[in-house]
Write a protein that binds this ligand. Structure first.
Ligand code: FPP
Length: 241
């Protein structure tokens, strides 16, 4: 890929990219390895895709790291996923901060260990003024739970029903202050949204690839962005002219 290509497409890159990182288990299975090795490789890949996202001019990268449904996985696998986040925060936070990455968390902190909760809150606090790119980690996240949570807090705040608007509800979501995603990528060959950003992705473009997440590299991201930039986004309107 030439520098010119990069510059050309950076202009049309999505502002907010969401990624459903699927296929870690199958990536490991394919190599005769246990599933946790796939999650480990998938975790390493986040860094590669984050750096490529900066190169392409993406401003917000939301990654689906652990869904509320993932609690139903075998306890050892749940522990692995928790440990991977904990270790990543421990090992990488200094460098991410130095590189201007702002960490956000979308999801619930309920059910997460005290240590991990403290690590997450510390990462949010440390990086809150960074502006190069937002890495929004959807962890213990479910789109329906997010909406219920927002409605409950609206009611607790005694917001009159006629003042509930799309904008106001947006302010109560985990993603408050972030633009809606423009593009959602799902790796691993499935074609589902799986409860990911279901409110925010109302007008997002969708891109699916059979590539397993640990193999999804800069070139794959570039192809997704080119496909996205060729789409005609009408937001429900008729094209004029
Ligand atoms: C799906 O693969 C992936 C997940 C359950 C979440 C992705 C998690 C990571 C990349 C690692 C942890 C995250 C952080 C932020 C450190 P799968 O197991 O469903 O794959 P399969 O469909 O092939 O079984």
């Amino acid at each position: 890929m030439s520098q010119d290509d990069t510059m050309d497409h950076a202009a049309r890159a999505p502002v907010h990219l969401g990624i459903i990182m699927d296929g870690n288990g199958r990536w490991a299975q394919q190599r005769g390895q246990p599933r946790f090795m796939g999650h480990r490789a998938g975790t390493t890949n986040i860094r590669r895709v984050l750096e490529a996202s900066v190169t392409f001019g993406i401003k917000v990268l939301t990654i689906y790291a652990f869904s509320t449904e993932n609690w139903a996985r075998p306890p050892a696998e749940v522990r692995t996923l928790m440990q991977l986040l904990s270790r990543s925060l421990n090992d990488q936070m200094g460098e991410l901060h130095a590189n201007g990455v702002q960490i956000r968390h979308s999801g619930s902190l309920v059910g997460i260990s005290d240590t991990l909760r403290r690590q997450i809150l510390a990462a949010l606090e440390l990086t809150r003024h960074n502006t190069r790119i937002v890495l929004n980690v959807a962890f213990n996240y479910g789109g329906r739970a997010e909406i219920i949570d927002a409605v409950q807090r609206l009611m607790a705040d005694h917001v009159p029903p006629d003042q509930v608007s799309e904008d106001l509800l947006g302010d109560y979501l985990y993603t408050h202050g972030l633009p809606d995603p423009d593009l959602i990528i799902r790796t691993g060959g499935e074609y589902r949204l799986s409860n990911f950003l279901i409110w925010q992705a109302a007008y997002a473009e969708y891109y699916a690839t059979p590539t397993y997440w640990p193999d999804f590299d800069e070139g794959e991201l570039y192809r997704a962005i080119v496909t996205y930039s060729e789409r005609d986004r009408r937001f429900g309107k008729v094209k004029v002219g």
